[in-house]
Design a protein around this ligand. Structure first.
Ligand code: 5GP
Ligand code: ZN
Length: 135
């Protein structure tokens, strides 16, 4: 547990939350400001700042819990789809620095829209960035 971490406090039960699922490694609870009806968060019990720092085991457990919740949303909320979202560091919209997956049920007529528009890089640029990634 890390001092002053909101989600560590939720995991420890020191702050209230609407829990919807938990297991040995993870806790899932409702997002306080949902983007759609049913928007929930899954967090590992063990603190890590974000995707850069989480251990692979915890990542696996959190992903599995996210999928479990997605299936429950499909069957219980009768949603039409689900987005799994993770934000890593502030430029990528992370605001709470304890790793979490957003599990967002989607409905055909919900108001969510993609926040950006796709670019059309030339083949040279695609090749250049691919080369950078290959290292
Ligand atoms: P991020 O912006 O880091 O990807 O996601 C943080 C999420 O945590 C936001 O969607 C925000 O609504 C949610 N959140 C922030 N504070 C609280 C809280 O005290 N309780 C709950 N349940 N969710 C919170
Ligand atoms: Zn934490």
């Amino acid at each position: 547990m890390v001092d002053d971490c909101l989600f560590c406090k939720i995991v420890a039960g020191e702050l209230p939350s609407e829990r919807v699922d938990e297991d040995e490694h993870t806790v899932a609870f409702m997002d306080i400001n949902p983007w759609t009806r049913g928007h929930a968060l899954v967090v590992p019990r063990k603190h890590s700042r974000n995707l850069y720092e989480i251990g692979e085991e915890d990542l696996r457990h959190t992903a599995a819990a996210g999928r479990r919740l997605a299936l429950r949303m499909r069957d219980g909320l009768e949603c039409d789809g689900v987005n799994l979202l993770n934000s890593c560091e502030e430029p990528a919209w992370q605001t709470v620095f304890h790793f979490h997956l957003h599990v967002i049920p989607r409905f055909t007529d919900d108001p969510l829209r993609l926040p950006g528009s796709p670019m059309s890089p030339g083949t040279d640029e695609l090749a250049a960035v691919a080369a950078q990634l290959r290292g």
